[in-house]
Design a protein around this ligand. Sequence first.
Ligand SMILES: Cc1cc2nc3c(=O)[nH]c(=O)nc-3n(C[C@H](O)[C@H](O)[C@H](O)COP(=O)(O)OP(=O)(O)OC[C@H]3O[C@@H](n4cnc5c(N)ncnc54)[C@H](O)[C@@H]3O)c2cc1C
Length: 413
Amino acid sequence: METIVILGAGHAGCQAAFALRENGFRGRVTLVNGEEAAPYQRPPLSKGYMKSGRRDEILLRAETAFADHDIHLVSGVAEEIDRDRQQVRLGTGDALPYDHLILAVGTVNRRVSVPAGDTGVHYLKSLRDADILRGRLPQTRRVAVIGAGFIGLEFAALTAAQGKTVEVVDIGTRVMARATSEEVSDFFRHRHQDAGVRFHLGQGVAEIFRHLGNRATLLTTAGGEIEADLVVAGIGVMPNTELAARAGLAVDNGIVVDTYLSTTDPAISAIGDCAQFPSPHAAAPIRLESVQNANDHAKCVARRLTGDRRPYAAVPWFWSDQGSDKLQIAGLPGEADRQVLRGDPERNRFSVFRFRNGQLASVESVNQPAEHMVARRLIGSRSETLADQASDAAVAAKELLLHLQPGNAHASV
Ligand SMILES: Cc1cc2nc3c(=O)[nH]c(=O)nc-3n(C[C@H](O)[C@H](O)[C@H](O)COP(=O)(O)OP(=O)(O)OC[C@H]3O[C@@H](n4cnc5c(N)ncnc54)[C@H](O)[C@@H]3O)c2cc1C
């Protein structure tokens, strides 16, 4: 194989390019960057970067690292994949031939749907979005956040800490409902309320009325009104599947890949937020939106393309920083048939161990980074013997590792 083209220079695409070099690939690596900015990390956009505005702190790699590793960083947006000729056409008109193509094209924001349209509603996805929001904050007194998911709550925490009036509206009856247990959800709602955030849960946004200047009134489906001079929505994303679908690749809730992250065309792989993949940790194929998933997918494909073909089996994990609290989740959220609370929510340090079919399925840790690290190993071991030990608060998290069968105590990646 001589030429590998990677579309998308986000977490997954960048990691794939460097992992190929680290694994000794000597052919040509072209990384297509669809954004104006040099490749950067997304998580800080709703965290530290919103405060500091320091671009140098969020670069994925030093700008010189690409040339140093002989990675051709090309600016442009891919508009067509010609699978017969094995080439990608960019918006600039340039054609990039490939022996193997890696799709790392991420997601697009779900937009707020109200009769008068979402003009004036801000989203937080790119560095450009973050810069626009940062520019608006000094003149903003009242913030309306649509969506009580991770990004919405991180932004709510940041702006509440700056003394702004912050109101959050969400159709769900609890915050982060899709991704966390009731205990964790309640804990965070209280912490945000204590910081001054006001919630309108169990109701959507029926209409947004725009007034002179930046002012807006949000009418909720329950008849409530929220006055704001900045409206930010974080209501989820959709995988970027259009390019793949037009090329005739299978797509579903993401670009469909097999256990080796290969699409229905063996010359094309898909990784990161855009890929729907089978996982030993889930009964049906999944799509994840996390830095861990993007990085581990990238490493898995880079290994395969350099001769080490292994199915993808990494333990999923995720984090979110909200105010002074850190939430870390190992494994996959979802239904649980048994749940164990370890630690003390009153003291702002606890974990929720959730079991499905006798196996540890997920652990949500609040301000317990050591317990989170242990949880990743426990879930990776797929042990069936832990529920009773985990229920015993006297058994320290590290000791739980001792209950694993020998040779079983390492998470598989
Ligand atoms: C504000 C924010 C905060 C987050 N916080 C966390 C967090 O705390 N923890 C966590 O684990 N995850 C977090 N995430 C999610 C995490 O950033 C994503 O899971 C991760 O970026 C996925 O990497 P990716 O490479 O698959 O996609 P992306 O990073 O989205 O990169 C995809 C890239 O592909 C480009 N692209 C798309 N189409 C084309 C095309 N046709 N041609 C060329 N380029 C194209 C896009 O412009 C983009 O640059 C956060 C995300 C956001 C937006």
